[in-house]
Design a protein around this ligand. Structure first.
Ligand code: BG6
Length: 475
């Protein structure tokens, strides 16, 4: 079969992503340093697959030297994680730093740099301190926003000269959507008002941190990692297109627009008001958002969203939920990752790239997460014990193909970060679905073993060239 190839731009990032809570484990953690996720795991362990969770995770805290060596083996140019806010401070209100944890972060950064791997950090990847959730209601409080900004200032002061890519949040919409809209995660509270208050607090926090970063004169970039959902209407009929448009307002533009354009979409504000959501940000807050938009964004892209006009009228006595305006549509015959229950459609990457180009001023961005979680991967081991994950190589290749095509068409995308470097802990699913280029063996002291995809990624990163079959061109 004829082979084709596409070149990566010279400065293109080929990295991988994870987060603090999904890898580090609790070694060295002090009383009172629980994050929201830790509290969830402690309070509701039964919903975590086979009881695994953040307590040990991959034990990165103790094994980072070994892991950074493995980052070289699999050819990462960059690695994104988070700094765990709940552990970085001993006292969030007084801003007293836990020097032991801060020193660990410094060691990780220095070891990565010494090995030629650039670190990137989020300041929060669901690691809201549990203490601040209990005492202040979390992001319902503007005092928490200010504590977060102070923490960010301290992080920049310590590491700002070494780390050049910063993100305020990872997927800032997720926690409040699962907790306050859908009420399917701890502490299971339905409150759509609160959902919007949290969205706004996080938008405000991003803007305030962008301002603080610029005032500090650091030589790097600051942005936010979002999970914009590439949303397709079932059909071209007006009612389906309207469903997709409204979905986009509530789940995408609520963060994309303030971060990049500095304002909320008017249509969103009208819909909130029309549905009794009491959202009245102050003029001062809106001005901060307006004047401090991000340098770049990360977009986490895994699967397409498909919606259609709502199947039924929204019941009067049920609190407002954006589902009033849409129903989920499942495309017949869709390609699936059945382990995760997510559709696979690599063209989402091209479509998002064109959207960022056309609707968001072609702002610089990276594809900050994309990957494939597969259950029971040990079944794919060869006689030497190496996982033969050709499906992952295929998944990555096809998404990269669409990304490179978009770059040829003018997209301002500077990199691809795979989720994930090693297998790690997912919210609730824990180690059920494996995402890594490197296996974590739970039966054998969490030992690491590079999968077939890990060596393939190394080759990709060195050759800087994606090879694909002729017939894969249109997939
Ligand atoms: C992203 C998150 O949405 O998806 C990660 O940033 C998460 O934290 C990843 O682990 C994969 O999803 P899941 O639910 O399978 O872990």
């Amino acid at each position: 079969m004829t082979k084709y190839s596409l070149k990566f731009p010279n400065d293109f990032i080929l990295g991988a992503a994870s987060s603090a809570w999904q890898t580090e484990g609790w070694s060295g953690k002090k009383d009172g340093q629980d994050s929201y996720i830790d509290a969830w795991y402690k309070n509701d362990r039964k919903v975590w697959h086979n009881g695994y969770g953040p307590a040990v995770a991959t034990d990165f805290y103790n094994r980072y030297v070994e892991d950074i060596d493995l980052m070289k083996v699999v050819g990462l140019t960059h690695y994104r994680s988070s700094i765990n806010w709940s552990r970085f401070m001993l006292d969030y209100e007084q801003g007293i730093v836990d020097e032991e944890y801060a020193n660990y972060v410094e060691q990780v950064i220095d070891t990565m740099l010494a090995n030629g791997i650039e670190p990137m950090f989020c300041l929060e990847h669901y690691e809201l301190p549990a203490y601040l959730l209990d005492k202040y209601g979390g992001w319902s409080s503007l005092e928490v926003v200010d504590m977060f900004v102070n923490y960010a200032r301290e992080v920049f002061r310590r590491y700002g000269s070494k780390v050049k890519h910063w993100f305020t949040f990872n997927e800032p919409i997720v926690v409040q959507t699962r907790v306050f809209l859908d009420a399917i995660r701890y502490p299971y509270e339905q409150d759509t008002n609160k959902w919007m208050v949290w969205n706004h607090a996080k938008n405000l926090a991003t803007a305030k941190i962008v301002k603080a970063y610029r005032e500090g004169g650091y030589e790097g970039k600051i942005g936010v990692v979002l999970n914009p959902e590439v949303t397709y209407p079932r059909s071209s009929a007006l009612h389906d297109r309207r469903a997709a448009e409204i979905y986009d307002l509530f789940y995408n533009r609520v963060f994309l627009d303030p971060a990049i354009k500095g304002e909320y979409p008017e249509q969103l504000l009208t819909l909130l008001k029309g549905n009794g959501i009491d959202f009245e940000p102050s003029a001062e807050e809106l001005a901060i958002i307006k004047n401090n938009t991000v340098d770049f964004i990360g977009a986490n892209l895994y699967y397409p969203h498909r919606v259609k006009a709502p199947e039924a009228e929204w019941p009067r006595d049920v609190p407002f939920h954006p589902k009033k305006y849409f129903s989920v549509f499942e495309l017949p015959g869709r390609e699936m990752n059945f382990s995760r229950g997510w559709e696979i459609d690599p063209a989402i990457v091209y479509d998002m790239a064109m959207r960022i180009k056309n609707d968001y001023g072609n702002i610089e961005w990276i594809l900050s997460e994309n990957g494939m979680g597969i259950e029971n991967e040990v079944q794919f081991k060869d006689e030497n014990g190496q996982i033969q994950d050709d499906y992952r190589i295929d998944f990555i290749s096809r998404h990269l193909y669409h990304l490179l095509r978009a770059i040829e068409d003018g997209a301002n995308c500077k990199g691809y970060m795979l989720w994930s470097f090693t297998d790690n802990v997912s919210p609730m699913n824990a180690f059920k679905n494996r995402y890594g280029l490197v296996e974590i063996d739970l039966e054998d002291n969490r030992n690491r073993r590079v999968k077939k995809s890990g060596y393939w990624y190394k080759e990709l990163s060195e050759s800087r060239c994606l090879i694909f079959d002729q017939d894969s061109e249109y997939r």
